[in-house]
Design a protein around this ligand. Structure first.
Ligand code: F6P
Length: 462
């Protein structure tokens, strides 16, 4: 029996993997490595630990790489048919489960759980099964498997049935919906999601609030947690990496360019996000407009640097949201701009070095999501900031649990309140700003990614 087991002792499963491929004009494959908490977490266990990352091919380049047998050590990409993946990722994970957990449906008209939803749900099951089967094949006897996120809620239960010997964990990077919102899902689907998750030995969440919401759903709709344990691991910023990376030459160059764009002696309100519905970028712009209306003294003296990077552009609602962000920014510039002052500097193209440059020179960071699992930007800015930065933070971000004390906190729906908070943040004395920023950075780095990952592994094995 044991001979049919794989060799991996530690396995991670996630939709998006640590590497992606693009086919060049000459037909060659170019690999691009990604960053993030999981990448540094996994590197902490060392290269001799027989670790394997199972992920999905996401692009034509990725699929081509799988077909040509091109790959990186320690990574297995699954060539799930493109249409199945699209139904599971765009249709279910991002248009249903993401909307439920972030509570962002416009409920008079949506959701609509019809035959099309049922068809996509069948793809989500197929996609989860492909992961469960690959993990069952690759895992050594008694290995630890950590499954990531709402894309893969059914995997723990499916894998448990295939390989009862494994230690199975699941970690949610999103919020979890409270029972009264979660029950919007059709009963059988809600039951499948909960039973799938409860197939794990241990479930990890970013904050106590999301862990409690899951427990409440399990109690109300699945008869309780059974033997499944719950843990909270508040992923922190990677201080060593960020401090080093933010002082490299390309960041310095972008700082010089940004300074020029902003103009001599002006304050900056910085935001950096994916253009994501839950990030509340439009209300952030409305609050800034309100600030310029009610506090005319800031006109010409402040610039809102808003970086909103493309995300999930296969979904019409994300494309429309991006267009709305652009429209409102242009409206503000048309209303208040002068020949020497552009009130909003909006950039929709992803550039990590430029994000770090903005972090370094931010006077104020605006982080106002409607609802957010953690929000790492709130943690990264104080770590990188040169002179200290005031943080305007939504009470609906997971980071609120750790950062509220030294942030200026807001109700993300309250435009007037957010405008007042921006004024307060801009007016904060430099010494106070520096002190608060220091404490924010300490809280933000309390659990670096490597430790975050090792803690979960220890808890799963223990
Ligand atoms: O917050 C959940 C999450 O899956 C993160 O882990 C990730 O940074 C983000 O969403 C990006 O999502 P996508 O893979 O759809 O771009």
């Amino acid at each position: 029996m044991a001979s049919t087991y794989g060799a991996a002792q530690v396995l991670v499963a996630s939709n998006r993997g640590p590497v992606s491929y693009a086919v060049g004009e000459d037909g060659s494959l170019n690999a691009k490595r990604g960053g993030g908490g999981l990448v540094s977490g996994l590197s902490a266990i060392g290269s001799d630990a027989d670790a394997l990352w199972v992920c999905s091919a996401l692009s034509d380049g990725d699929r081509e790489a799988v077909r040509r047998g091109v790959g990186e050590d320690g990574v297995r990409m699954l060539d799930i048919p493109a249409d199945v993946h699209a139904d599971a990722y765009n249709g279910i994970a991002n248009s249903v489960l993401w909307f439920v957990h972030h509570m962002i449906y416009q409920t008079p008209l949506e959701p609509v759980f019809d035959a099309e939803f049922r068809r996509q749900w069948a793809s989500y099951e197929t996609y989860n099964r492909a992961f469960a089967e690959a993990l069952a094949e690759e895992a050594a006897q008694g290995a630890a498997v950590v499954v990531q996120d709402y894309h893969l809620t059914l995997v723990p239960g499916m894998l448990r049935a295939l390989r009862p010997d494994l230690r199975i964990g699941h970690f949610s990077h999103t919020p979890w919906a409270p029972p009264e919102y979660f029950r919007m899902l059709p009963d059988d689907v809600a039951g499948q999601v909960l039973r799938g998750m409860l197939g794990a030995d241990r479930l990890g969440f970013l904050t106590q609030r999301w862990a409690d919401a899951f427990t409440a759903c399990a109690e109300q709709f699945a008869g309780g947690l059974g033997g499944t344990r719950i843990g909270v691991h508040g992923l922190g910023a990677d201080a060593d990496f960020l401090r080093k990376r933010s002082h490299e030459q390309d960041v310095e160059e972008r700082m010089a360019a940004l300074r020029e764009e902003i103009g001599e002696g002006r304050r900056t309100i910085v935001r950096v996000d994916r253009t994501e519905l839950s990030k509340n970028i439009v209300r952030g712009l409305l609050a800034y407009r309100r600030l310029l209306q009610t506090h005319a003294e800031w006109r010409e003296r402040v610039v809102h640097v808003a970086f909103a990077y493309p995300s999930r552009q296969d979904l019409a609602v994300y494309r429309e949201y991006t267009a709305e962000v652009r429209r409102v920014a242009e409206e503000i510039n048309a209303e208040f701009g002068t020949p020497g002052w552009t009130p909003v500097v909006l950039n929709l193209k992803d550039d990590f070095a430029r994000s770090l440059a903005a972090y370094r020179l931010a006077d104020v960071a605006l982080v106002n999501p409607i609802r957010d699992g953690m929000n790492l930007v709130a943690k990264e800015v104080p770590v990188v900031s040169d002179a200290g930065c005031a943080l305007v933070l939504s009470r609906e971000a997971g980071a609120f649990e750790e950062l509220a004390e030294d942030a200026i906190t807001v109700n993300p729906y309250d435009i007037t309140g957010t405008a007042t908070a921006l004024h307060e943040a801009l007016s904060m004395r430099p010494e106070e700003r520096a002190e608060r920023s220091k404490r924010l950075a300490a809280a933000a780095t309390a659990l670096p990614p490597a430790q975050w990952f090792l803690d979960q592994l220890d808890a799963l094995r223990g």
